[in-house]
Structures are given as C-alpha cells and as structure tokens.
Design a protein around this ligand. Structure first.
Ligand code: EPU
Length: 303
C-alpha cells in the first residue's frame, strides 16, 4: 500500500489531498497542502509520522493556523492538524491553585473561560489570544503583561524518534515568543497552574482585557495577529505609527489603521503581498532606526 492508501485506511475522511490552506489559516492565505491529516490521538499521530518518514515526506504540525503565513506555492508535504483531535480538558482546584491538564488541540479561549470561572489569577493575560494550547505553548503566546510560560508546569512531547517525554521545571525552554524545542517535536499535552483567587475578580479582568483588544486591534478582517516581535524596549505598533506606515497597502495586504503591528487581508491578499508589506516596513524601519525587525508569525511553504 502506498502512503495515500494507508492514510485513507487509517483516517478515512480525516485525510485530505491538495487542501487549500487559505481555507485553514486565520489569514485566509496560502496555497494547497499536498496532504492534510486530522489525527485524533497519539496512536494515529505516530502512525502518520512513521509512514511519512518512511516516504521521506516533510510533516508540519499546525494548530488552528492563527499565527502562520502559508506561502502561495502551498506545502509540499503533510500537514498534521490538531484541530479535530486532542481535545481533552481537565480543570480542578488543588492546594490553593487552579490546575489545568489539557491536550494540544483545546482552544486557548476555552481554557481561559474554565480557569476564570474557577478564579485562576493571571489568566486574563491569555484572554483574547486565538489558537490552540499546543500553538500557544510553541509560540509562548502572550501580551505586554505576560506570557503563557508563567503558568506552564509540564509539557508532554513526542520527539522525532516517537518517544514520549515530559519536560518540567528548568527543562522548559521558554524564550520570548518561542518554546525552544526541535521543530519536529510534537507538543501533545500541557499542565498549567494558577493561584486561586476570586472568580468575580478574575472574570472582570478577563472582560477588561477582551475589551482592550476589541478597542485596539482590528477585527472582522483576516489576519495573523502581530506580524513582528517587539525588540527589547520597543513597541513595533507605535514605531510603525510614528513612521506613518499605517494604511500602507500592497494589493490585498494592508497595515491596519487600528494597530500598526497587524497586517490584514482585505480580500484576495496572497502571501507575496503580505511579504511585500513586510519588506517595505523592514526597509523603512532599517533606514530610520537601524533596527531589523524579526517576524513573529511563522512563514511556511513554497514560493
Ligand atoms: N500603539 C500605538 N499604535 C499602534 C499600536 C499600538 O500607539 O498602532 C500603542 C498602544 O496604544 C499601547 C502600546 O502601543 O499603548 C502597546 O500596544 P499593545 O497593547 O497592542 O501591545 P503590543 O506590544 O503591540 C502585544 C502582543 C499582542 C497582544 C497585545 C495585547 C507582541 C508582539 N504582541 O502587542 O499579541 O495582542 O500585546 O496587549 O507581543 C500576537 O502575538 O499576535 C499579538 C497580537
């Protein structure tokens, strides 16, 4: 049996071919993935990894696709999505803390809701951040007030030899907007812990945070959130505003008028358009300040 037959047998309609990634990503941009698979558990995941590696096929793990730009040539390999499986979520109180044990496919907003209702302090930092738990850990998602690493106690991964490992304490390699483990490792679960406080108090903070985002960020138009990392001591959004770059457009891609670090897809933007906007911003910022801006979103796929 070849790869396609094996995947069909294993996954049925959870195996797709030539899937347009513009229908998958929050940016609504991206060429087709040769294969897209939705494993439901670790058994299926390891089976997929084994078969792909036997064919020397590249694999890409994606959560909800909220922080990626897929190039227009698509993905010549197999996209492994955690969207449909890996949905277990347990939240309980223990020794003055609210503890979360969840699989990578659970949405961050669901976790925020459950933790806030039980009074987990600090969870408002994560309120309004889109995407899945796996993606949030991988990117060390956060805001100016904090990041998910503050709450993560344990991360379970599957390494490239398909061994399951639990990373804890000092072996959790969190960096700014990054969890420094090899690209090919799969984040399957995480444990988080929050100090127990007053639910009413936490729920108010969560809604304030959501309101702040609604007020300061574009919504209703597809995007992938902030496009650049903030260099130490600098807010890229402010910098882009000061350099009068807001509103700059290349075909369908435009720098948001509301938040300078967001590029929005105004209709039929391609990855090429977005990358042209990125280049224009980088050029101007380099000329005016000498800084090179690093992208925050991940760019994958072929030209
Ligand atoms: N500001 C401007 N003009 C702009 C944008 C922002 O003057 O065009 C000002 C704001 O008024 C505010 C300050 O800049 O006083 C900071 O803005 P914001 O709170 O939006 O913070 P940020 O550093 O630009 C970070 C995260 C966002 C997250 C917000 C929420 C990074 C790279 N970005 O943005 O995350 O939503 O905080 O507070 O850390 C993302 O990761 O995709 C993302 C959007």
């Amino acid at each position: 049996m070849d790869f396609e037959e094996k995947m069909e047998e294993l996954l049925g309609e959870r195996f797709l071919m030539d899937y347009p990634m513009k229908e998958y990503t929050s940016f609504k941009i991206g060429g087709p993935a040769k294969y897209l698979v939705y494993p439901e558990n670790l058994m299926e995941l390891t089976e997929i990894m084994k078969e792909a590696s036997a064919e020397k096929m590249k694999t890409y793990v994606l959560g909800y696709g909220t922080n990626v730009l897929v190039k227009d040539g698509g993905i010549n390999g197999c996209v492994i999505s955690t969207k449909r499986g890996f949905q277990r979520l347990d939240v309980w109180e223990e020794g003055g803390h609210i503890v979360v044990s969840a699989e990578c496919g659970v949405s961050l907003s669901e976790i925020v809701k459950c933790v806030a209702e039980k009074g987990g302090e600090g969870v408002e930092i994560l309120a309004g951040i889109p995407g899945s738990l796996g993606g949030a850990v991988r990117m060390n998602a956060g805001t100016s007030s904090g990041e998910i690493s503050q709450f993560v106690k344990m991360v379970k991964i599957v390494d490239d030899k398909l061994k399951i490992k639990e990373l804890e304490g000092d072996s959790l390699p969190f960096k700014y907007r990054r969890f420094a483990i090899p690209k090919r490792w799969f984040i399957s679960e995480a444990y988080l812990s929050f100090k127990k406080g007053e639910p009413e108090h936490v729920l108010i903070k969560v809604s304030e945070q959501m309101e702040y985002r609604r007020r300061t960020q574009p919504h209703g138009r597809p995007s992938a959130g902030c496009i650049f990392k903030n260099p130490p001591g600098i807010k890229v959004g402010v910098l882009i505003e000061e350099l009068n770059l807001k509103g700059l457009r290349v075909r369908g891609a435009r720098i948001s008028e509301k938040h300078g670090n967001f590029v929005v897809n105004e209709g039929n933007a391609t990855a090429r358009d977005v990358l042209a906007v990125v280049d224009a911003i980088r050029k101007k910022v380099k000329e005016e300040t000498g800084l090179f801006l690093e992208m925050e979103i991940e760019v994958i796929g072929e030209e």
